[in-house]
Design a protein around this ligand. Structure first.
Ligand code: ATP
Length: 364
């Protein structure tokens, strides 16, 4: 099994799409420190389903996406596609060429494709199992891991070589088959136990079955009886129903009649409502008339009370004037008497004067 190409884009230091073509057998990749050699093997691990960010020399899986440089913006996704020559059918796919690809977005969304078909991580892992490739394969050995393998325990080292030699798939299949076999044997034992228990219970079950059959016959009879009772009830109910239908028809007629009466009554109610409105109008007008009459009455009453007051005042004045008149008449009478007396005195004095004048003349 040979790799044909490895396409890397946006993965670690490979910002641009880079295609490594393995036309001839490649022995080594040479380059200065830190120029991205290990990133190629990381890309291989990653596309084959690696899940540990630490194994890929990062903190979290997002670290595999090109994080940018001073001149270049970070990428939004990382993509690696590995094309494997499968003409020897090492991989159990009926194609001469198998392309496994993996894509991861910064949002965390990711996808696996096998020959352009959407697949699960599990599909990729199963495809590579036993080839020495894949997540648990030891065909890729990271820096510092060689000493780890050498110092591993015998059993661990054996597992490593088995996986690298492709035996692990068959061992796993064997283990699965043995597990299934053990399960099947356990099932047989359980079934045998159940059969034994059932055999012991057989006479009891037979009796129970006879009883059950009898019960079922009785039940069937009961059901028949119940059905005939139900049929009789049904017929009875049907009779009642047809009577109810007749009553319904009758009631319907009456109902229509009542509806007509109701309609008529409603018309009358409406008319009465109009009359009531008109009467209310009239009542309002009468009330207004009463109010204005009351106002007028109050006005008149107040005029009467003013007039009574004037009358009382005038009577008082009249009494005063009558008194003054009586006084004046009395005075007048007194004056008349005085005038008469004065006139008498004047006449007396005149006659005295006349006497004096005559005496004077005589004397002269
Ligand atoms: P060495 O010989 O020292 O082991 P190397 O050639 O194997 O080095 P790598 O370890 O593959 O080099 O690559 C390291 C380079 O990859 C570093 O320059 C590092 O900045 C760069 N790098 C790693 N991850 C990213 C990433 N997410 N985005 C951009 N560059 C990255």
């Amino acid at each position: 099994m040979l790799f044909k190409t490895l396409e890397i884009q946006g993965f670690k230091s490979f910002a641009d799409k880079t295609v490594l073509t393995f036309d001839t057998k490649t022995t080594a990749v040479v380059g200065s420190n830190g120029n991205g050699k290990s990133n190629i093997s990381d890309a291989l691990r990653w596309v084959m389903g690696e899940q540990g960010a630490k194994t890929l020399r990062g903190e979290k899986m997002e670290d595999v996406i090109f994080h940018g440089t001073v001149e270049r913006k970070p990428m939004g996704f990382a993509k690696v596609a590995l094309t494997i020559d499968n003409s020897d059918r090492t991989l159990s796919v009926a194609d001469d060429e198998v392309v496994i690809s993996r894509k991861l977005y910064r949002s965390g969304e990711s996808e696996y494709l096998i020959n352009g078909k959407k697949s699960r991580l599990r599909d990729v892992q199963e495809l590579l199992m036993g080839t020495g490739l894949g997540r648990d394969g030891y065909s890729i050995i990271g820096q510092g891991r060689v000493s780890e393998i050498i110092s591993a325990r015998d059993t661990q080292r054996r597992e490593i070589f088995e996986e690298a030699a492709g035996v692990s798939l068959f061992l796993k299949k064997k283990a699965d088959a043995e597990k299934q076999l053990a399960q099947a044997e356990e099932n047989i034992i359980r079934q045998r136990d159940l059969i034994r228990v059932d055999e012991e219970r057989l006479p009891i079950l037979k009796k129970q079955s006879e009883k059950a059959m009898l019960a079922s016959e009785l039940l069937a009879q009961k059901k028949e009886l119940e059905i005939s009772v139900s049929v009789a009830r049904l017929n009875e109910k049907r009779g009642e129903l047809s009577k109810l239908n007749d009553d319904l028809l009758l009631n319907k007629g009456e109902c229509e009649h009542y509806e007509h009466d109701i309609e008529k009554a409603e018309g009358e109610i409406e008319k009465l409502g109009d009359d009531k409105l008109a009467a209310q109008g009239r009542l309002e007008r009468v009330r207004a008339g009463i109010q204005s009459a009351n106002d007028e009455l109050a006005e008149k009453r107040s005029a009467i009370s003013v007039a009574e007051n004037d009358l009382k005042h005038n009577e008082q004045r009249r009494d005063e004037l009558t008194e003054q008149l009586r006084n004046a008449e009395e005075n007048s009478r007194t004056f008349d008497t005085q005038i008469e007396r004065i006139n008498a005195e004047i006449a007396e004095k005149q006659s005295a004067a006349d006497e004096y004048e005559k005496q004077a003349n005589d004397l002269k």
